[in-house]
Design a protein around this ligand. Structure first.
Ligand code: SF4
Length: 264
């Protein structure tokens, strides 16, 4: 999203490299990419009405729209997120967390994006509201043909909403796979431990993988594989050499020496 300049790597959007573009060159991409933030209390400007909040990005990216067209677009998007268009003159403090998150989603949708980064969009909400917001996001995805990059810690939500899942540990992608493949047969030692910790309601017994040790500080990352201090399959190479994300025989990508060496 360009909120922070990257300090390494490259970013591609539909095959075009975008991390080295100037702000002016980035402009055509801006309305295509939107973001829904985690905290619906902090992500809406408390001094702006809902109309002002939704109007600003819309006018910025569509300068030829008339006042009537702007209001029409705002009302349409309010309806789509299940909010009453009559509320647009209200301030953010007049809404609950779930209603604010609907408005945050409306702000993202109002410029008709293709791609939305949803950064833990339901984790700050009551459990009863989480399902509503999740369904709203899924409906919007279907109606508008959207792509989400959905960041979450709740693995049941991840399994429910995703087509592909990237499991990360300390900022490093460990495993990237189709959802059914990843949840059905996790390969990376961290993915295995993570999935084995999901609470189950069906009473089915799962071999719980209990990790030992502490999560290292991200400021001083360990040498080699970032997971080596906690991994039951660690060897000398793991401590010295960073594993690369490599294509596995079944199509997924894994960054693990043990998988590459056929030890697991
Ligand atoms: S590279 Fe080594 S330490 Fe890292 S996950 Fe694989 S086996 Fe474990």
């Amino acid at each position: 999203m360009g909120l922070y300049p990257p300090n390494g790597g490259e970013i591609y959007y539909k095959g075009e490299r975008i991390d080295n573009l100037s702000p002016k060159e980035m402009l055509p991409y801006r309305s295509k990419m939107q973001m829904v933030f985690q905290d619906p209390y902090a992500s809406l400007n408390p001094r702006k009405t809902i109309k002002q909040t939704l109007e600003e990005p819309l006018r910025y990216h569509n300068q030829s729209l008339s006042n009537a067209e702007v209001v029409e677009r705002i009302e349409e998007v309010m309806l789509q997120v299940g909010s009453d268009p009559k509320w647009i003159s209200r301030m953010p403090h007049e809404f609950s967390g779930g209603q604010r998150q609907r408005i945050s989603i409306a702000r993202a949708l109002v410029v008709a994006p293709e791609f939305i980064v949803a950064d833990e969009p339901i984790s700050a909400l009551d459990v009863s509201i989480q399902a509503q917001i999740l369904n709203l996001l899924m409906d919007a995805q279907e109606q508008r043909n959207l792509t989400y990059l959905f960041v979450a810690h709740d693995l049941s939500v991840v399994e429910h909403i995703s087509t592909n899942v990237a499991v990360m540990y300390l900022g490093t992608v460990c495993e990237l796979a189709e959802t059914s493949l990843l949840f059905g047969e996790p390969k990376h030692p961290y993915t295995r431990a993570l999935l084995s910790a999901i609470p189950r309601l069906d009473g089915q017994k799962v071999d719980r993988v209990r990790l030992t040790g502490e999560v290292p500080t991200p400021i001083h990352l360990p040498t080699g594989c970032v997971f080596h201090g906690r991994c039951p399959y660690v060897n000398k190479r793991c401590i010295e050499e960073i594993p690369e994300l490599m294509q596995h025989i079944d199509g997924r990508k894994i960054a693990c020496h043990a998988v590459e060496e056929d030890r697991i």
